[in-house]
Design a protein around this ligand. Structure first.
Ligand code: PAF
Length: 280
């Protein structure tokens, strides 16, 4: 497993399967790596905490940075990646962070990044930063496939739409969906779970229970009401609890039936923000 930092070294892995991450790796990330390894070509895991996808009041500075533990976890995989790409900011953004932040503002975004009013409503500028960094990582590593987790469902759709509309830039790049990995009690794994106090960790189970409650009602409106009720009963600050169609993530028709949509939830617990989703 090589540790690489430069654009030249990354380019040597053209055709790889890329697993883009911000580090603080957990079992969810490791399962993306195993999925990537199954393709049988070199796997490159990138670790880069991207400053341009965090808003001014968000947790960029306290985002966990655990490189040694991340490398140890990757080395212990059944098939460790061929390379871990840990670029310094100037490799990703040669004009520097300030310029990159300005440039992010004029990036043309897929409809999935602006129309749904989900993450885009509560994290303005977030998807511009994600599209910017993911595009740069694709340019640097020229992967034949890249794996993204389903927990960030809107991000996944944004990237799928980006790649579908940018074949001139990314070629036949394949986007693979990695299933959400959960703790034994159902909480979706997240690098931010470590910030939960014991009391908040218990309250966070309201997210899992809300998604379950949505499964036993028959209309989108009833499912949204059921999710909101469960989330509030757990004392969670609800940002959204919505049923959306699965492609553009816009509201479904009132006649939409279970099995054709996605339930998406975002809550805050003190300073920690958690998201999750499930098929509905
Ligand atoms: O999902 C993430 O960890 C990040 O948004 C990503 C895709 C690595 C881009 O920085």
């Amino acid at each position: 497993m090589r540790i690489i930092e430069s654009a030249e070294d990354a380019l040597a892995f053209t055709g790889c399967t890329l697993v883009p991450t911000m580090g603080a790796l957990h079992q969810g990330h490791l399962s993306l790596c195993n999925q990537a390894a199954a393709r049988g070509v070199d796997v490159v895991v990138s670790i880069f905490v991207n400053p341009t996808q965090f808003g001014p009041g968000e947790d960029f500075s306290r985002y966990p940075r655990t490189l040694d533990a991340d490398l140890a976890a990757l080395r212990s995989l059944p098939t460790p990646p061929a390379a871990v790409f840990t670029p310094p900011v100037e490799t990703v953004f040669p004009r520097g962070t300030e310029a990159a932040l300005r440039e992010a503002g004029s990036i043309e975004l897929p409809a999935c990044a602006t129309a749904p009013q989900l993450e885009d409503r509560f994290r303005p500028g977030h998807f511009a930063g994600v599209v910017q960094v993911v595009s740069r990582l694709f340019d640097l590593c020229r992967p034949s496939a890249a794996v993204f987790g389903t927990k960030d469902f809107q991000q996944l759709r944004v990237i799928e739409q980006l790649v579908a509309s940018s074949q001139h830039r990314f070629g036949a790049l394949e986007i693979l969906r990695g299933p959400t990995v959960r703790e034994d009690d159902g909480l979706a794994m997240s690098s931010r779970n470590r910030f939960l106090s014991a009391v908040d960790r218990e309250r966070a189970l309201g997210i899992v229970r809300a998604l379950q409650a949505a499964q036993v009602v028959l209309t989108p409106a009833a499912a949204e009401a059921a999710m909101a009720a469960v989330l509030r009963a757990h004392g969670l600050d609800v940002q959204y609890a919505e049923i959306r169609e699965r492609t553009g993530l816009v509201p479904p028709s009132t006649a939409a039936v279970r099995g054709t949509c996605q339930a998406l939830v975002a809550v805050r617990l003190d300073s920690v923000r958690l998201i999750d989703n499930d098929v509905w």
